[in-house]
Design a protein around this ligand. Structure first.
Ligand code: CP3
Length: 369
């Protein structure tokens, strides 16, 4: 396949726009479905490609990233969206930080942010961080994947939310307590806001350029939202999530692009569902701590809800999966309006691909009834 510059590409017509219609709140024949981390370590075909490659090297190689993105689409006919193979930590990399993916451990920053003085060393949008240059490989991967998809299903782009990225940049990796990142919020509130704003500026441009390159819907992952109290969430996370939902469409208009549906997934922030339904996003992703019917009552038609089966149900066997899917689809009112099927978090490496296939089939069945 020829690599066409992202901004000049034209794409084959879309044959399945179920997820785009559901995101806009329209009545649909059945709920669309995709799963977080659908391209990943539970798939043997992923491991085949992964062998002999560094994780971020795969992200930076459009041919490999597009191949992995398509693997679940080729395996499961029930999927209604593809999500680009990449990572939320490409933003800290574009801002000048080194991030490695350590086997069996996860992401590692050899030099995390230690004090507010370190923020000044980061490259900011227009000041050392040229998004089209630093993240050009993501745009190329999106364009190539969109061509290879040939209109089968829409292609999703994504970013990490400012708070979640800040937490990684300070902790230097995952954490049980988030002591370092959270102590910044209390010790250096103004420097924290400045860091969050710098991340937001890059994130807005990155997300808008993903749409230019071929993303047809986008998701913001705030994986560590649940570490914050409602007060800190409002101040240090939600305000930036709102900025993103407002500024991305504005930037797209400047770039002469149509707006695309936007999803926010603030894991663990169940207390903020009311506010998230009013934060400028079309879709709100839910983890498994929400009761579907309760969440639907709170959303009250303002947004489409996405989720929310505990990924661990996939280890419970077919009867357990069947029971959970039936209950969840019913909880979301049958799924024909305002609902997108997903898990409450990413599919984990030990899941049997056949059990995920069964999950999708059952959703298809109960969601069509
Ligand atoms: O299929 C998809 O969902 C698209 C690709 C995707 C990946 N990461 C690939 C990946 C997406 C959307 C992400 C987002 C991401 N990355 C998040 C937000 C979602 C979430 O899980 O809360 C976060 C927090 C990260 C950071 C990250 N990347 C961690 C903590 C880890 C290690 C732990 C883990 O689950 O593997 C990664 C690595 C990673 N990102 C892998 C994949 C397929 C596994 C890497 C490997 O092969 O070793």
């Amino acid at each position: 396949l020829l690599l066409i510059p992202p901004s000049m590409a034209t794409f084959p017509p879309l044959q399945n726009d179920l997820i785009l219609r559901a995101a806009r709140g329209e009545q649909v024949e059945r709920p669309p479905m995709w799963v977080m981390r659908q391209a990943g370590r539970y798939l043997p075909e992923y491991h085949k490609v992964r062998a002999g490659h560094d994780f971020f090297e795969m992200c930076r190689t459009p041919e490999i990233a597009s191949t992995i993105t398509l693997q679940p689409i080729e395996r499961y006919e029930d999927l209604d969206a593809a999500i680009i193979f990449s990572d939320i930590l490409v933003i800290p990399q574009a801002m000048g930080m080194v991030v490695e993916m350590v086997e069996k451990k996860g992401p590692h920053f050899p030099e995390p942010l230690d004090t507010p003085e370190d923020v000044a060393k980061l490259k900011r949008l227009g000041e050392g961080c040229d998004v089209k240059k630093e993240l050009g490989y993501v745009f190329e991967a999106l364009t190539l994947t969109r061509q290879k998809l040939a209109g089968r299903v829409p292609l999703l782009g994504f970013i990490g939310a400012p708070w979640t990225l800040m937490a990684y940049m300070i902790e230097g990796g995952g954490s049980k307590t988030f002591t370092k990142a959270k102590s910044w919020l209390f010790k250096y509130p103004e420097d924290s806001q400045k860091l969050l704003q710098d991340i937001t500026d890059v994130a807005v441009e990155f997300l808008a350029q993903q749409v230019v390159a071929g993303a047809q819907m986008v998701q913001v992952f705030d994986s560590w939202a649940g570490e914050l109290s409602p007060v800190e969430f409002a101040e240090f996370s939600l305000s930036y999530l709102r900025q993103i939902s407002k500024r991305v469409p504005e930037r797209l208009a400047e770039l002469g692009q149509e707006r695309v549906p936007m999803t926010v997934f603030a894991k663990g922030a169940w207390y903020a569902l009311e506010a998230l339904c009013d934060s400028g996003y079309n879709v709100v992703g839910l983890d498994w701590t929400h009761d579907p019917a309760e969440a639907r009552k709170i959303a009250n038609g303002r947004v489409t809800l996405q989720g929310n089966m505990d990924p661990n149900v996939l280890y419970g066997g077919k009867a357990a999966i069947d029971k959970a899917v039936k209950r969840i689809v019913e909880g979301f009112g049958g799924g024909k309006q305002g609902y997108i099927v997903n898990l409450g978090h990413g599919v984990t490496p030990g899941v049997n691909p056949e059990d995920l296939g069964f999950f999708l089939r059952k959703n298809h069945e109960y969601g069509s009834a």
